[in-house]
Design a binder for this molecule. Structure first.
Ligand code: NAP
Length: 459
């Protein structure tokens, strides 16, 4: 028997789930991948920093998966708008949600909603040419910026803000973002960690890269990189070479002489924003920080505890980079607290009873939360594919499907005549690369559905 699987979302999790399913001898499957944007690859295209082109080479593997004869791609097709969950249930034996974590975690402090206070999510999507974010405005005429959080996304944001125009010109950053960043007057970028350097979420290569920026001196207050006794205890107990290297690199930033580069990137630790300050006209004028100390919590981890020491940094722009969060999908259970689809090994479960919902599965960040690198999605998708295969082989899934592959194809194309096949995408890809080649760039991205339509000759 041939089973039909719909995957919603064409990022790494979606493609890896398809790959795992297709690799198996049985059950035999056909896979349709639905993507609401007019381009595939999710976070690889719209999240990975434009100056990290190597990481984007994972799309080669996704292209191979898309070329499999049992795979179809429906781009610019949105679940809920062009096709409903009920329709998918009628046409597929299994549906897997791989929609990522598109939203962000709120900080819950006064002034968070002021003009000039943005989420890193918005800024990242903007500079990567995401159609929903291309019209966002960021006031880059200010001199000082704060980035809250010390994860890899915070580092990406800080790095892009510090890059020289000639460095950005060699990337596939969106055209409008390149223009805006060329005109940027930013001179100082503060990256704010609420705990100490030993607890920072960013990884060692990313920190090392900060020390190699052509346009910014990186620095950190010595007192804030020196380990407190509790952190030292943990570092000594952990046999973690990467962590030690990271601490060594951070420590070296404290001793660096200033070389007079255009910008300064200041890493700060043990400080928590408690308020964004209003300039009196509804815009950010600064950020109030409280100094923290570390204490050991009941679970053994080191947590931040506020002291009474407060300081203010005058900044005109704040990027909150404190973690992504999934968005609920209509008709699909959602764990509001964790911001993901409740599941057991990728099987979507009813929020109240914990019972699996036949035929519904999930993969990637919307399944496990926004952690890990692109490769982390491979085993994660493997687990989900295993659950799907087991259930299909045991006669589970959504139940008998109404009609064959052609019926769903007709339905989708009738609802969304401007639906992109993978061949359409390959044509766009070729045009983007050709536009880039002329400028010595990897590609010049299409950033709106209208531009995509013009390139594909939609009427
Ligand atoms: P993340 O790694 O979870 O980091 C979130 C940061 O926000 C942490 O430093 C966290 O501090 C801090 N934070 C959370 N709540 C806070 C609050 N209320 N006040 C102040 N700080 C707060 O998340 P991410 O940076 O969004 O990255 C998501 C995933 O993508 C990660 O797995 C990351 O490695 C990956 N990624 C990788 C790359 C790369 O490989 N180059 C690039 C981008 C992203 P605490 O630790 O104290 O909670």
């Amino acid at each position: 028997m041939l089973f039909r699987v719909a995957i919603v979302g064409s990022g790494p999790a979606g493609f890896y789930t398809a790959e795992h399913l297709l690799k198996r001898q049985s059950p035999r499957v056909e896979v349709d991948i639905f993507e609401r944007l007019p381009a595939p690859f999710g976070l690889v295209r719209f999240g990975v920093a434009p100056d990290h082109q190597k990481i984007k080479s994972s799309t080669k593997a996704f292209e191979r998966i898309a070329a499999h004869p049992a795979v179809r791609f429906y781009g610019n097709v949105e679940l809920g708008s062009h096709v409903t969950l009920e329709e998918l249930r009628r046409h597929y034996h299994a549906i897997c949600f791989a929609t990522g974590a598109e939203s962000d975690r709120p900080m819950g402090i006064p002034g968070e909603g002021l003009r000039g206070s943005h989420t890193a999510t918005e800024f990242v999507a903007w500079y990567n040419g995401h159609p929903d974010y291309r019209d966002r405005q960021f006031d880059l005429s200010v001199e000082r910026v704060a980035v809250v959080g010390v994860g890899n996304v915070a580092v990406d944001v800080a790095r892009i803000l510090c890059r020289l125009p000639e460095e950005l010109e060699r990337t596939d950053i969106a055209d409008y973002a390149l223009d805006a960043l060329r005109a940027s007057r930013i001179r100082e970028v503060y990256v704010l960690g609420r705990r100490g350097p030993a607890q920072a979420a960013f990884t060692t290569p990313e920190v090392k890269e900060l020390g190699e920026l052509g346009g910014a001196d990186v620095t950190v207050p010595l007192a804030e990189v020196e380990l407190d006794p509790l952190s030292r205890q943990d570092v000594e107990a952990a046999d973690d070479r990467a962590l030690r290297k990271k601490l060594e690199i951070l420590r070296s930033f404290a001793d660096r002489p200033v070389s007079g580069r255009r910008r300064r990137l200041v890493l700060r630790f043990l400080v928590s924003p408690v308020e964004m300050l209003d300039d009196g006209r509804g815009a950010v004028a600064g950020i109030r920080l409280v100094r923290n100390e570390l204490h050991r919590s009941d679970d053994g981890s080191l947590r931040a505890r506020a002291t009474s020491v407060v300081e203010e940094i005058p900044v005109g722009l704040v990027f909150r980079s404190v973690g992504y969060r999934g968005r609920p999908l209509s008709g699909v259970p959602f764990d509001e607290r964790r911001g993901l689809i409740p599941n057991v090994a990728g099987r979507v479960v009813d929020s109240a009873t914990g019972d699996p919902i036949p035929g519904l599965y999930t993969s990637g960040w919307i399944k496990r939360g926004p952690t890990g690198v692109i490769g982390t999605n491979k085993p994660d998708a493997g687990e989900t594919a295993e659950s799907i295969a087991e259930d299909l082989a045991a006669g589970g899934g959504c139940g008998p499907v109404a009609a064959g592959a052609d019926t769903v194809d007709r339905l989708v194309r009738a609802r969304q005549p401007r639906c992109l096949s993978f061949d359409d995408w390959l044509r766009l890809d070729e045009i983007e690369r050709a536009r880039g080649e002329a400028l010595g760039r990897p590609r010049v991205k299409f950033t709106s559905v209208e531009d995509v339509g013009r390139a594909l000759g939609w009427g």
